[in-house]
Design a protein around this ligand. Structure first.
Ligand code: SAH
Ligand code: F3S
Length: 463
């Protein structure tokens, strides 16, 4: 079987599915780009695919179970209608399980970790020779800076652009530093070039992506830990996250800029000031807190305590009065007591987050927290999670109701799922708004008067 088509031959088809964080979705676009140079086109029809890739997530056990179920599904497709298809596992699960994947899952032919996608053409050649193949080497330099991603499932308006890879924070519960390797920043010139290209082809919103965007630092290459040893010249020309944010915002006032994720320990006043200064840097910060208890934050090795987090929130609210804030919270981390849990609930009452992503603690093998005892009873974890979710739903509703009667600028992103006569888009706060189309187009900004809401969606009309 020939998987790498020669020039002029019929194109081979790649079906690629992504799970987990936005970075994975963004990486799949890089993979599609690398393979397009080898003559592959992407397809949404798995039954006709020559190559099926699943870009996987290891963050919680449930995420891994979802992927295992997908592999079962691919197996059934292979048996019933597409016996020739090859299956590859990419991303964090590939990195975490390595060879084990090939041993455990007989169906899997290819295992490739997040820093080895440039090797995919070689790997596919090896598989052509009936071998199974694997590359899970992590890198200190790879940022795929020169690769122009092929936008998959795009609305033509919003896009993700990755600016850092990996993470050096080593939060005790987190598998990411092991699956995505050391933190490295991408050359700002290549970032600006990609963003400008997107703007020129009609995109109007860019989300800068990284596990910890605020620790972005470019000084001409090399790992961040060597920055202090760099020449004075190189240090003078260095670009930090606040600088980068400004450069992207200056591409055009018509281009919205968002970013994700910020670890509270690295967010600086400079970044907050840039958000306040530029109308097109959205008034929205995702600021995962994980817990409201200083004792638990210390066990999680988050690098901030409750007091410092609150100071950061106060600074944000002072400098950007109309800023939406969202969070991630983990319920039931090792040794969490009722008092720790109450601290989380009271912190939520203080901040009144606009949105939240809330999880039960899930022990990940080989992380530092795996050596602690996962001792919060499952029913207690569940109950605490429900209390956190219920509180968040209330706060979301309060924040959404607060917008009723206001007229807000909305970027039109697409046609509403519920009605063909309606568009959906988002406000600067990242709140979704649904409204009648009138005569506008996707990709345009409109002023929308908010007339109604649920805890998740605003309803309005164009004025
Ligand atoms: N870089 C981001 C987080 C990336 S992981 C940050 O700085 O916070 C996304 C979210 O998944 C985390 O914020 C955390 O809330 C959750 N998470 C990570 N590991 C987890 C685990 N072992 N169990 C439950 N939730 C986890
Ligand atoms: Fe994970 Fe903490 Fe980095 S949550 S991704 S180790 S900032």
């Amino acid at each position: 079987m020939h998987l790498l088509p020669n020039k002029g031959q019929i194109k081979r088809k790649l079906y690629i599915e992504s799970y987990g964080c936005q970075m994975n979705f963004s990486d799949s676009e890089i993979v599609a780009s690398i393979l397009s140079k080898e003559g592959y086109i992407t397809t949404k029809d798995i039954t006709s695919a020559d190559l099926v890739f699943v870009n996987t997530c290891s963050i919680r056990e449930k995420a891994e179970q979802t992927v295992r179920k997908r592999l079962e599904f691919y197996n059934s497709i292979k048996k019933s209608s597409n016996p020739r298809m090859l299956v590859g596992v990419l991303g964090c699960m590939a990195e975490r399980l390595k060879e084990k994947f090939l041993e455990e899952e007989k169906l899997v032919n290819i295992v490739v970790g997040p820093d080895a996608y440039r090797d995919l053409p070689n790997i596919i050649k090896e598989v052509e020779d009936q071998k199974k193949s694997i590359n899970v080497l992590l890198s200190l330099e790879e940022t795929y800076a020169d690769i122009n991603p092929i936008r998959l499932n795009t609305n033509g308006v919003t896009a993700f652009v990755s600016i850092t890879r990996g993470c050096d924070n080593m939060c005790t519960f987190c598998v990411v530093p092991y699956t995505r390797g050391r933190e490295r920043s991408r050359d700002p010139e290549s970032i600006i070039k990609e963003c400008t290209g997107l703007f020129n082809s009609g995109y109007r919103e860019i989300t800068l992506l990284g596990q910890n965007v605020d620790s972005y630092l470019w000084y001409g290459g090399g790992p961040k830990k060597n920055f202090k040893k760099a020449s004075i010249e190189a240090r003078k020309k260095s670009v930090n996250f606040a600088d980068l944010l400004e450069k992207v915002a200056q591409i055009s006032s018509e281009l919205r800029v968002r970013f994700s994720t910020s670890n509270p320990q690295d967010m600086t006043i400079d970044v907050i000031k840039k958000i306040a200064k530029y109308e097109n840097i959205c008034n929205y910060i995702h600021l995962p807190v994980q817990s409201g208890s200083t004792r638990i934050l210390k066990l999680m090795r988050r690098g901030y305590d409750r007091k410092r987090y609150i100071q950061l929130i106060d600074n944000i609210k002072k400098l950007i009065p109309d800023c939406a804030i969202s969070m991630d919270i983990i319920a039931g981390f090792c040794s969490e007591t009722e008092k720790d849990h109450k601290d989380t609930l009271s912190l939520m009452d203080y901040v009144k987050y606009d949105f939240g992503y809330m999880f039960k603690y899930s022990e990940r093998p080989n992380t530092p927290a795996a050596r602690m005892e996962d001792d919060v009873d499952e029913t207690i974890k569940q109950r605490r999670l429900v209390e956190i979710i219920e509180k968040q739903t209330k706060h979301s509703l309060i924040n959404m109701k607060d917008k009723i009667g206001k007229t807000l600028k909305v970027l039109i992103e697409g046609i509403s799922k519920k009605s063909n006569d309606e568009f959906y888009g988002r406000t600067t706060h990242n709140a979704t708004v649904v409204f009648k189309k009138n005569n506008y187009n996707i990709g345009e900004y409109v002023m929308v008067k908010i007339i109604d809401c649920t805890s998740a969606t605003l309803k309005g009309k164009i004025v």
